[in-house]
Structures are given as C-alpha cells and as structure tokens.
Design a protein around this ligand. Structure first.
Ligand SMILES: Cc1cc2nc3c(=O)[nH]c(=O)nc-3n(C[C@H](O)[C@H](O)[C@H](O)COP(=O)(O)O)c2cc1C
Length: 166
C-alpha cells in the first residue's frame, strides 16, 4: 500500500490538528498514512514513505530553527521524485509553509501547489480543506506510482516489460 508520512511542528496544536486531518483524508483514499511530530520522525520513516507532507507554524516570519534543521536532514533521505506537500497554521504572514515547499522542490520533490495555510486554530471548514489535501496527496501518489510502474522506475514491484524488454 502506498505510504504517506505527515511530519509537523506545532507549538499549541493548530498545525497538529491540520496534520491529523490530512492523515484522515489520505486514509479515506486507501493509503497508509500517519502523522509524526518532527522530533520523533526517523529517517527510516522518511525513506520508506512514497509521499511526505511537512507542516510548520510561522514564527518571526519564518519557521523555527529546529524545523529548518529537520529539513536539512532530508538531504540524506533520498527524497527526490517523492510527492511532497507543505502546510501550516499561521497568524498574519505565514511564510513557513512557502519556505518548506521551496526546500522540498530544491530536494527534487514533486510538490503540490499551492501550500495549505490556515489562520490560527482550524475551523470545521478548514479541517475539510486539510482532509481534501490528504485526498489530493493520495491521488497524486497513486498516479505517480502508476507512471513509475509504466516507466520501470519503481523498486520492489515486478514490472512487466514488452517483448524484448530487459
Ligand atoms: C512569539 C510568536 C511569534 C509569531 N510570529 C508569527 C509570524 O511572524 N507570522 C505569522 O504569520 N504568525 C506568527 N505567529 C502566530 C503563529 O504562527 C500562530 O499562533 C499559529 O497558529 C501557531 O500554530 P501551532 O499551534 O501549530 O504552533 C507567532 C506566534 C507567536 C506566539
């Protein structure tokens, strides 16, 4: 089953609420999804995931330094070509998700545009938007996997080649 990991930094729970709703949306599309606090995210989880959503709230017009460090550590996790998405709760300027998306693109990920930003505590309609993002990630992931199977660019799956294929 395709795997999505949703990693978040959340100081008062707003971005975490978004992460949980993204997971709920993804699961409704029959993919394996889980949310993890960035402190607990292990490189193995990142490597094993087919899609990675990363969320952070904004502090002083950027993300908090530990999240920047976490993003830097992704360079060792071979994330190029994986599906990505960025999100986060914010108060008035909301730079963090945009910066996360930029970083993900720099790592070669296929990032969903636009980022999802919710002001302060997510309301019911915001939760629905987060669930929608989870579904969109799952749908994009399925399409990407199908494409990779067609082009033979997928590990651990027996790829049927036409006659004369190697
Ligand atoms: C000290 C402090 C600085 C903040 N700086 C910003 C900021 O520069 N831009 C912004 O959009 N929101 C800013 N915020 C608002 C938070 O991003 C917002 O409260 C958010 O909902 C927190 O989400 P979380 O619970 O997931 O951490 C700041 C909040 C605090 C307490």
């Amino acid at each position: 089953m395709p795997k999505i990991v949703v990693v978040y930094l959340s100081t008062s729970g707003n971005t975490k609420t978004m992460a949980d709703a993204i997971v709920e949306g993804a699961k409704s599309r029959n993919v394996d999804a889980k949310a993890v606090n960035f402190h607990e995210a292990r490189i193995e989880d990142i490597k094993a995931a087919d899609a990675i959503a990363i969320g952070s709230s904004t502090f002083y017009y950027k993300m908090l330094p530990p999240m920047e460090k976490f993003l830097d550590s992704l360079e060792k996790a071979n994330v190029a070509d994986k599906v990505g998405a960025a999100f986060g709760s914010y108060g008035w300027s909301g730079e963090a998700p945009v910066m996360i998306a930029e970083k993900m693109r720099g790592l070669g990920m296929d990032v969903i545009d636009p980022v999802l930003r919710i002001q302060y505590q997510p309301a019911e309609k915001d939760i629905e938007e987060c669930k929608r993002l989870g579904k969109d990630i799952a749908n994009k992931l399925k399409k990407t996997i199908e494409k990779h199977i067609k082009t033979g660019k997928v590990e651990g799956v027996e790829v049927k080649m036409g006659e004369g294929g190697h």
